[in-house]
Design a protein around this ligand. Structure first.
Ligand code: ADP
Ligand code: MG
Length: 289
């Protein structure tokens, strides 16, 4: 064979292997799209190049791709869970000042944030305290931490959720509306005591509590103690039955502190940087009397 012929056939072979590689790449892209593997689709070409260059065994390449897809799915799932949770923005456990709520143990809250001991068996958390004491903040922050730990959560103002369930009831779809909420390991009902009189005339809230009892958890915040819950439900029997179910397996946290906002405002007026604890404020107020 002459030198010219060899060069020509080598060029041809190179050309055909490049065409082949391009063809394969196009096929891979198409198939990954069909298989709905967007994460793999994004990364495979880069990984394949590295794998070819470093001579990885095929199993190593495949494992790297699969790991990438797993991580990507996990990220996307968490994003979905965060969106569906409708948590108020910016309320985290890291920004919650536990010093200002001395009756709430940080260690206990941190343990609750893992979810394991209580969400699996449908236990509840009840947060009581006057307005401004940090109930909504703590509830939302716990919700966020639980989502980060893989649980599904939904946060709602109780009156909004009751309104939605009332609409469902009118459309004879209350049962399925409540069943749909089963997908959430935790339902956060903020400000249960704000349920209005006309809303209380229907029993949707009772139906919800009864349906979730011992199966799916609820975290309820209230600025009124149980004694005042009579106006949340249609009659006394339902009020008692609801309270009974809620407290049966519940952690009750009482946040009897003065409004955080008010204390912060006071602190600013007095030129202090950091909000003081309740106890400190009391002392200060007394000494200023
Ligand atoms: P509640 O729901 O009990 O009425 P919020 O949770 O809405 O009170 O608290 C009122 C405001 O004060 C919010 O902006 C919240 O983030 C803030 N806040 C309350 N308690 C704390 C706390 N312990 N640490 C940090 N911020 C707090
Ligand atoms: Mg609140």
């Amino acid at each position: 064979m002459s030198t010219t012929t060899t060069v020509v056939s080598e060029t041809r072979a190179k050309h055909s292997s490049e065409t082949r590689a391009k063809h394969d790449a196009a096929r891979v892209e198409l198939l990954l799209g069909e298989l709905r593997l967007p994460g793999v689709k994004l990364i495979w070409a880069k990984l394949a190049e590295q794998s070819d260059k470093e001579g990885w065994p095929a199993a190593r390449f495949l494992a790297a791709l699969a790991e990438h897809e797993m991580a990507d799915r996990g990220r996307r799932r968490m994003e979905r869970h965060l969106t569906e949770a409708r948590l108020p923005a910016g309320k985290t456990l890291a920004t919650f000042d536990f010093d200002s709520v001395p009756m709430v143990s940080k260690a206990q809250v941190m343990a609750l944030a893992s979810g394991d001991a209580w969400l699996g068996k449908g236990a509840n958390i009840l947060l009581f305290g006057p307005p401004g004491g940090g109930k909504s903040h703590l509830a939302a922050a716990l919700g966020l931490a639980l989502i980060e730990n893989g649980w599904r959560v939904m946060f709602a103002r109780t009156t909004d959720l009751v309104q939605r369930l009332q609409v469902a009831r009118r459309e004879l779809a209350l049962e399925s509306a409540i069943a749909k909420l089963d997908r959430y390991d935790l339902l956060i009902l903020d400000d249960i005591a704000y349920v209005t009189k006309d809303q209380a005339e229907t029993s949707v809230l009772f139906e919800l509590i009864a349906a979730r009892y011992e199966r799916r958890s609820m975290l309820i915040t209230a600025n009124q103690p149980f004694g005042e819950w009579g106006k949340i439900f249609p009659d006394q029997a339902m009020t008692l039955a609801s309270i009974d179910r809620l407290v049966h397996h519940a952690t009750i946290l009482e946040m009897n502190v003065e409004s955080y906002r008010r204390r912060e405002a006071l602190d600013r007026k007095r030129g202090r940087g950091r909000p003081a604890t309740h106890a400190t404020i009391k002392k200060t107020e007394k000494s200023e009397d």
